[in-house]
Design a protein around this ligand. Structure first.
Ligand code: TYD
Length: 136
C-alpha cells in the first residue's frame, strides 16, 4: 500500500540568490534547501509551447522542478482530484512535488530549461502513467 499525498503538500521553494556585480549564483544542498537527499538530476529542454510533459505520478520519487532558464506551468493533482497550478518563472524558485502527486508540465517557453532533482534513481516501474490507475 502506497501512502497518498495532498496538493496542499506541493509548495514553491525559494532559494537564496548570491548575487553581486558579476551575476547570480544559486546553491541547493540535499536535505537542507530541499526536503530530501538528491539521488538523481535530469533536465528537460526543447519542448514546444503546445507540448504537455510529465503526465504521471510516482510511487516512490519526490521531485523539485526548477526552471533555470525560461518559464512553464506545472499542474499538480492529488488522488482526490484536487488541483493546483504553479508558474515557474524565476531561476531561484522550485516546486516541491512529493510522491503520489500527478504532474503535468506545459506552456514551455522556447528557452525553457527545467532542472529536476529527485529523491530516487530512475525506475520506470514506479511510474503511474494512467490517471485512472492513479485515482484508484
Ligand atoms: P519521460 O518520463 O517520458 O519524460 P517526461 O516525464 O519529462 O515527459 O522520459 C523520457 C525518456 O527518458 C524515457 O525514455 C525514459 C527516459 N528517462 C531516463 O532514462 N531516466 C530518467 O531519469 C527519466 C526521468 C527519463
Amino acid at each position: 500500500m502506497v501512502s497518498t499525498a495532498s496538493v496542499d503538500d506541493v509548495r514553491i521553494l525559494e532559494f537564496p540568490q548570491h548575487g553581486d556585480s558579476r551575476g547570480h549564483l544559486v546553491a541547493i544542498e540535499g536535505a537542507k534547501d530541499i526536503p530530501f537527499e538528491i539521488r538523481r538530476v535530469f533536465y528537460i529542454y526543447g519542448s514546444d509551447g503546445d507540448v504537455v510533459r510529465g503526465q504521471h505520478a510516482n510511487r516512490k520519487s519526490d521531485f523539485v522542478l526548477i526552471n533555470v532558464c525560461g518559464t512553464c506551468k506545472v499542474r499538480a493533482v492529488d488522488a482526490e482530484g484536487n488541483e493546483r497550478v504553479f508558474t515557474l518563472d524565476r531561476p531561484n524558485i522550485g516546486v516541491y512535488l512529493p510522491r503520489m502527486i500527478w504532474k503535468d508540465m506545459y506552456e514551455f517557453s522556447p528557452d525553457c530549461v527545467m532542472l529536476v532533482l529527485s529523491s530516487e534513481h530512475y525506475n520506470s516501474a514506479e511510474y503511474i502513467r494512467s490517471i485512472e490507475e492513479f485515482r484508484n
